[in-house]
Design a protein around this ligand. Structure first.
Ligand code: ADP
Ligand code: MG
Length: 255
């Protein structure tokens, strides 16, 4: 599956909000099958960058290419259909069980029409069973197997964050954008989620872009790091290189 992993090439992206330059001519190259961390202080433009990649914001200029396909003029659902899934910094979830949330995430993979499903026609019933089976596999993969029928409102915070990750995986993406996937988790929950993210790459060849403040986790997981500060790319390289960079230490690590 690694051969099919997509690469991402972002060039000269600028986004402005009423005079505030949120992203200032940003470049970002993500190698196929890699884990790439996007770091920087609050307000640096990390989430805005994800909004550009996933089609929520259209940049003032610049280009975003996924395997050579230009994304900047595509609607979010078209970008998702190309295999790009994301999670949001804040939990966005419907009520209902883990299974309900994951089945919503699989919407794009359902072929049986609404009427066929409502009438319980045999092909629709078979299809529903297959969807449920796949959702259950993804729940197992993300450590939510025992909570499959639990209402999400009753889950501890760390598990609710994992539902977000699981729901993004339900799109069966080739590239995954994770916006602070372990924020607010305790140490054990962080370690577990980090393990899952690593596994996604090794087992399924997913390309991952990760926004994260936990530098220990970034150092452990990421192949490469890009550092933003006030909307500008101030550094990039391996985690070890970035950690040594004087400008990064000043801007971000407070050293
Ligand atoms: P980060 O994710 O790195 O913390 P953001 O991308 O959320 O940073 O924000 C970058 C800057 O853009 C911040 O100054 C933020 O206040 C501003 N910003 C983000 N989204 C909007 C928006 N929809 N409207 C106006 N300003 C925004
Ligand atoms: Mg953010």
């Amino acid at each position: 599956m690694t051969a099919a992993a997509p690469g991402l090439r972002v060039r000269d992206i600028t986004v402005r909000f009423a005079g505030l330059v949120a992203l200032d001519s940003v470049d970002l190259t993500v190698e196929p099958g890699s884990i790439h961390a996007l770091i920087g202080p609050n307000g640096a433009g990390k989430s805005t960058c994800f909004n550009v990649l996933s089609g929520i914001h259209r940049p003032e200029h610049g280009s975003v290419r996924l395997d050579g396909t230009e994304l900047t003029s595509l609607a979010p659902h078209r970008i998702a259909a190309l295999g790009m899934a994301r999670t949001f910094q804040n939990i966005v979830m419907t009520s209902g069980t883990v299974a309900d949330n994951l089945l919503l995430g699989r919407h794009g993979h359902s072929r049986a029409g609404f009427a066929a499903t409502a009438l319980r026609l045999p092909h629709a019933v078979r299809e529903q069973r297959a969807q449920l089976e796949r959702a259950r596999e993804i729940a197992e993969l993300t450590g939510l197997g025992t909570h499959f029928r639990t209402p999400v409102d009753l889950l501890p915070y760390g598990d609710r964050k994992r539902v977000e990750l699981a729901r993004a995986l339900c799109l069966e993406p080739r590239m995954l954008l994770l916006d602070e996937p372990v924020a607010g988790m305790n140490a054990a929950e962080r370690a577990r989620t980090a393990g899952t993210i690593g596994e996604l790459r090794t087992r399924f060849g997913l390309t991952v872009v990760l926004v994260e403040h936990d530098m220990g986790l970034v150092m452990r997981l990421a192949d490469e790091v890009t550092v933003l500060d006030f909307g500008r790319r101030i550094a990039g390289g391996t985690p070890a290189q970035v950690r040594q960079d004087p400008e990064v230490r000043r801007a971000y690590l407070g050293a």
